[in-house]
Design a protein around this ligand. Structure first.
Ligand SMILES: [Zn+2]
Length: 434
């Protein structure tokens, strides 16, 4: 390649990057995960896949050793063999033959990135340690779609350095979406198998989505989530019998034995599966709730539940995950803890202080009666509207759900509330007269 050709190539790349950056501004980014069907691989491919991660680990550790006494920029990314230590701490030469050159580069980039972020932390006055040698490598970057990896069809994927396309599962999540663009991906080595996390871009939709009417949700311990429409979600994902069995068996094995090591591996897989089930359930519920135009909820104190008598139940619940996901969305309104959603009667406006956690039915002296959780969920919508701009004690008037006029003294400790509605903040520093 002549000097002129080289410069021209650089120019072309620069233009392309500029073009992509411009396009990305009008796109949304999503990451999908597909699973590699390990059972359909032949023996050679199975070892190849395993060795990719082992070699990445060797390479990573070798770069660390190199960078401790040299400039990391001088590391030869075309390296074919690395030095390491065997079981008895004797130096050995190891051959890198399954990692493609792009993969090698991404491992080197990874170390560089880690060093950079460490030095950035140091600049900010944080105490830092050094990079540690890895005992296993979990994720490898696949930089360019079409070069390092690509989809052959809905069921198969091809990776650089592997001869045959590989069978995968899970493409139905995204494969038929029109105008989807694939960017980089990550090859993952997780306890329950090998995955590919693919980053995709698609154009922001012009068509407006049709939402269902607004909804209030009440989070409780017993039924966990109740909507103002009366739907109850059971959100408890328990440990399996198998998991408990493995835990018991591990206790009986000698520390440091290979049997114990094998069981630990099994246990990690079981925990991964449990985690997957939790994530799946949380995603499904959040997706269903966000189908509504607006979602009203209250900032419940989940960490308080953890410490109290509900500990074990909350631990296996996915309430925290659901709450975190919901709060990221701009169509979700969060009411402060101080709003009395359970105690307020929507019919007469009276606050029934005597309601306790064990009362499953809300009953007011005015004759209004409703399931406690549904009642609270409905109040989320109602009270979010009338609490606007109130501070201290005020007398408020409103028309209730039954078309009757309600008047009551309303006490609201707004200045201490830690959460604020998006847009018109009415509790902290908003337009309200504090
Ligand atoms: Zn009442």
């Amino acid at each position: 390649m002549t000097e002129e050709e080289r410069l021209e190539k650089n120019n072309r790349i620069r233009e392309k990057v500029k073009e992509t950056r411009l396009r990305r501004q009008s796109q949304i980014c999503r990451v999908f995960r597909v699973k590699i069907d390990f059972s359909h691989l032949n023996e050679f491919e199975k070892t190849q896949l395993k060795m990719i991660f082992v070699e990445a680990k060797w390479l990573y550790n070798d770069i660390l050793t190199f960078s401790s006494s040299n400039d990391i920029n001088e590391y030869d990314y075309k390296i074919k063999t690395v030095q390491g230590l065997d079981k008895d701490k004797q130096p050995v030469i190891r051959e890198i033959k399954n990692l493609s050159s792009q993969m090698k580069q991404s491992v080197i980039q990874g170390v560089k990135h880690n060093i950079k972020s460490l030095s950035a932390m140091k600049k900010h006055g944080r105490k830092i340690g050094t990079l540690k040698y890895k005992s296993n490598y979990e994720s490898i970057n696949l930089q360019q779609y079409g070069v390092t990896y690509k989809f052959c069809d809905k069921k198969h994927m091809k990776f650089q350095g592997m001869k045959r396309p590989i069978k995968i599962e899970g493409t139905e999540q995204f494969f038929d979406l029109p105008g989807l663009e694939f960017a980089n991906a990550k090859l993952l080595n997780l306890p329950d198998g090998y995955y590919v996390a693919v980053t995709t871009f698609e154009n922001k939709g012009g068509e407006t989505k049709k939402y269902k009417p607004e909804i209030g949700i009440d989070m409780g311990i017993k039924t966990s989530i109740t909507t103002s429409e009366g739907k109850k979600y059971k959100i408890f994902v328990g440990e399996t019998k198998r998991l408990k069995k493995i835990q018991r068996r591990i206790m009986k094995r000698k520390k440091g034995s290979s049997n114990r090591y094998k069981l630990r591996k099994l246990l990690r897989r079981e925990y991964q599966k449990l985690d997957n089930r939790k994530k799946d359930k949380a995603n499904k519920i959040v997706n269903e709730l966000l189908g509504h135009e607006k979602v009203y909820m209250q900032d419940e104190n989940l960490s308080g539940w953890h410490k109290g008598l509900f500990g074990k139940t909350v631990q296996h619940s996915i309430l925290g995950a659901i709450k975190a996901k919901l709060m990221k969305n701009e169509r979700v309104v969060v009411l402060p803890k101080s709003v009395e959603t359970t105690k307020t009667c929507p019919k007469c406006g009276k606050i029934n202080k005597e309601i306790t956690l064990s009362d499953r039915i809300f009953e007011c002296s005015c004759g209004y009666k409703e399931d406690r959780d549904i009642h609270a969920a409905r109040n989320m919508i109602l009270l979010s509207k009338l609490n606007k701009n109130t501070c201290g004690t005020q007398e408020i008037f409103y028309t209730n759900a039954f078309g009757e006029d309600v008047r009551r003294k309303h006490k609201q400790k707004c200045c201490n509330a830690d959460l604020v509605e998006l847009g018109s903040c009415y509790y902290n520093g908003g337009s309200s007269p504090h």
